[in-house]
Design a protein around this ligand. Structure first.
Ligand code: GDG
Length: 465
């Protein structure tokens, strides 16, 4: 089997706790067939890419490079996280476009291409991940790489009408045509990309369903909903639930129901709206006070981006306000924790929680929703309250689906979840769990890579990025 080369902004090194969704999925892929994983080390140095750090574990070579402060600020904090991330999450008002940042983004993508090139072998299958590295495929083609290259976008993709607001969108998004396969989480995201190419970039649809851009490059787009290692999460949760920490949590709850939220601290996750809905619940249902506790775990992320710092302060105020208003000496309504926990412990918390509250304003997929389902006890499962705007809602359709901006709707869903009889909880949970057992992360990887390896090679026009 050809070697698999994974390229992503960050590399989840072995034995490192990662709070991103990509890490867990990729370990599963590389474990199977071995290969190379290339990316940024997460560290800063005087010069970008001056040395490559190498590590080998099981069958995988991990190769990373440092970035200079300027490259980091322009490529990562600037263009990727202040222009592309908000745009792709439908938050046009938060987009901060600066030409220097876009140039930094292209420069770092060039550096990725230059440093990766000597590490490649002719029959490698290359899999590039996420919005940080959109132009990488085209830049590798310019350097003569003819291998099969696939790209997977982990964020949503908004409608073409919004995408064209990005200066130089043709250059950026048009470069996707250099991949053989472009994967997205949902059919809605795929439609958005197809529409963009067909209506804004002069592409046409070929008889075999692929797209051909104006320069003649042919590529396939398709939805591949990412998933989790369902069996592993279920086993972890079962084991964790017998551990000391989880027994202590159960004891401290007594008969109170636990509502849990677990998210990277990010404005796409709808946390202020969620806190508001929980506050409204306590306001409307005085009888529920002291009967329910909300645990929100939200490890910090992207602290160098101003919007994330503002969000932190907003949430601290909001949690403080709710606790100040409703807490009793023997009851804290919200426990708001900004630390990261070992994953196994997290699955134990999911299992104790009567309600999983997952209400992003937009989310490519949302693995927490899937982990919550996988962690439940079949005899006494909890209820998932899930935003319609998470990609996961396409599959987890027997959850209580809500519009996260509709405070009343989220509050009502919480009420329904907290009073749901056992039979209905089981009836809703079972099909979602069975779906996740069948469509787990291994299925996702295999499906993407099989599809990539089936794509015809050749007819890839040199790209113009
Ligand atoms: C992006 C897209 C897409 C969270 N807190 C802790 C912790 N986590 C783990 C969760 C889960 C992962 O992080 C988060 O994944 P999500 O999918 O929920 O969200 P993003 O990080 O935004 O991921 C998303 C994903 O990529 C994959 O394509 O689904 O839409 O935005 O696995 O359990 N893990 C540990 N401690 C924590 O405190 N160990």
């Amino acid at each position: 089997m050809p070697r698999l080369v994974i390229v992503s902004n960050r590399v989840a090194l072995p034995r490192q706790t990662s709070t991103g969704g990509l890490g867990s999925a990729m370990h599963a892929a590389t474990r199977e067939q071995g290969g190379l994983w290339f990316g940024w080390s997460g560290k800063l140095a005087e010069h970008s890419g001056a040395v490559l750090h190498r590590q080998q574990h099981e069958q995988v070579d991990y190769v990373t490079m440092d970035l200079s402060r300027t490259d980091h600020d322009q490529y990562y904090a600037g263009f990727a996280n202040r222009a592309l991330w908000p745009l792709f999450h439908y938050r046009a008002g938060l987009v901060e476009y600066r030409r220097a940042n876009m140039e930094g983004y292209l420069r770092v993508n060039e550096l990725f291409a230059d440093r990766l090139l000597p590490l490649l072998q002719p029959d490698d299958t290359i899999w590039v991940h996420d919005y940080h590295l959109i132009p990488l495929g085209a830049l590798l083609r310019q350097r003569g790489v003819a291998n099969r290259i696939g790209f997977f976008l982990h964020t949503p993709l908004p409608a073409a009408g919004l995408l064209i607001a990005l200066p130089r969108h043709q250059e950026l998004l048009g470069s996707l045509a250099s991949y053989h396969l472009v994967g997205l989480h949902t059919e809605r995201d795929q439609r958005a990309l197809d529409d963009y190419f067909l209506h804004e970039a002069g592409a046409r649809r070929l008889a075999d369903g692929r797209l051909q851009d104006a320069a003649g490059a042919c590529f396939r787009t398709r939805a591949f909903p990412i998933s989790i290692d369902t069996g592993k999460v279920a086993r972890q949760a079962e084991r964790a639930s017998r551990g000391l920490k989880i027994r202590q949590l159960r004891d401290s709850l007594g008969t109170r129901a636990l509502v849990i939220g677990v998210d990277r601290l990010d404005y796409s996750k709808g946390l202020p709206e969620r806190f508001k809905a929980y506050g409204r619940l306590l306001d409307r249902q005085a009888g529920l006070r002291k009967q329910v506790s909300f645990l929100q775990i939200a490890p910090h992320s992207r602290d160098t981006v101003p919007e994330y710092r503002q969000l932190r302060h907003q949430l601290e105020r909001s949690a403080g306000h709710i606790n100040g208003r409703y807490a009793e000496p023997d009851w804290t309504p919200i426990s708001y924790v900004n630390r990261s926990f070992p994953h196994q412990l997290l699955t134990g918390y999911y299992r104790v929680a009567r309600v999983g509250l997952v209400t992003p304003l937009r989310d490519g997929m949302n693995l927490v929703a899937k982990e919550y389902i996988a962690s439940q006890d079949a005899l006494d499962p909890g209820v998932l309250v899930l935003s319609r705007f998470a990609g996961a809602a396409q599959e987890l359709d027997s959850a209580l689906l809500v519009n996260p901006s509709d405070t009343e709707e989220v509050t009502e869903a919480l009420e329904t979840a907290l009073s749901m009889p056992l039979q209905e909880r089981q009836r809703r949970w079972r099909p979602m769990y069975e779906h996740l057992c069948r469509y787990d992360v291994n299925y996702w990887c295999k499906d993407f890579l099989d599809t990539l390896r089936q794509q015809p090679t050749g007819a890839i026009a040199p790209a113009t990025v």
